[in-house]
Design a protein around this ligand. Structure first.
Ligand code: ADP
Length: 255
């Protein structure tokens, strides 16, 4: 079953064309890494999927429904790029931030009930941050904050996760743990994942498919196909193939 169908989509900011001619389907259970240079339209694509930006051409179907009419938003969890600066002195605890994810599925009056705190505990458990529950978000490292926002996106137990990976410096071990958690959510909990990756060379370690954007869709397919394509050289340069594709095969090959 297709979770998302993107049909010949263009998105403009006024006269600026950010994306055009994008056509791709994402099936339930897929794990898609979205790569592309800065300004290539990756975040714009997410915003269009989430109906935060109108498409100027084409259509996006979510679970078979045009995104303009779609209302089942609790099926979709979104983790935006988070800047640590944003939280300087912000007085909310981790538990409160995660619980705030419950509000997105509610209509007025937007209240959180005691029995819903079990959902908050479950989401914190999935990303292993229960021990941080009473800490202030502003006191946490970038990697810990990343997990808090992942938990907030998971609190309604969505079927589809959209993750805009932060560019902020996160050490390799923290980053690796984050990828492992997301991989488990995909493989063990059956969640469909779309992740904007700023390190395309890592993408083959966890994603089953790769979408390479540069205002248009340059490549969409498995990482192994990408490795033997001319687009690989275009993105990483002529000497990168052995380093990126030789060292570690894609998840698809390991399965
Ligand atoms: P990426 O996520 O790949 O770095 P974006 O989707 O953020 O790229 O941006 C795609 C293009 O759209 C860029 O040229 C960017 O400058 C432009 N853009 C993004 N947001 C806005 C905005 N709010 N107003 C005008 N142009 C924008």
């Amino acid at each position: 079953m297709n979770v998302i169908e993107i049909k010949n989509v263009c998105v403009h900011y006024g006269a600026i064309e950010a994306l055009c001619g994008i056509t791709l389907d994402i099936a339930a259970g897929d794990y898609v890494a979205v790569i592309g240079p800065n300004g290539s339209g990756k975040t714009t694509l997410f915003k269009a999927i989430l109906n935060l930006l109108p498409v100027s051409d084409g259509a996006i179907l979510l679970y078979g429904t045009n995104s303009r009419q779609f209302s089942d938003w609790q099926k979709i969890g979104y983790v935006p790029q988070v800047s640590r600066q944003l939280h300087k002195g912000f007085p909310a605890t981790v538990r409160e931030i995660v619980a705030s994810g419950l509000l997105s599925a509610k209509k007025f009056p937007r209240m959180i009930f005691k029995n819903e705190m079990e959902q908050v505990r479950r989401a914190m458990g999935w990303v292993e941050i229960e021990d941080l529950a009473e800490r202030l978000i502003s006191e946490l490292s970038g990697g810990q904050q990343q997990r808090v926002y992942l938990a907030r996106a998971l609190v309604n137990d969505p079927e589809l996760l959209l993750l805009d990976e932060p560019t902020a410096a996160v050490d390799p071990a923290t980053r690796e743990r984050f990828y492992q958690i997301v991989k488990d959510l995909n493989q063990k909990n059956g969640k469909t994942v779309i992740l904007i990756s700023h390190d395309g060379s890592q993408a083959g370690q966890y994603a089953t498919k790769l979408a390479y954007l540069d205002k248009h869709l340059v490549f969409y397919g498995s990482f192994s196909k990408f490795c033997s394509s001319p687009e690989m050289t275009r993105y990483f340069g002529p000497h990168a193939q052995h380093l990126i594709c030789g060292q570690h095969g894609s998840m698809e090959e390991k399965r």
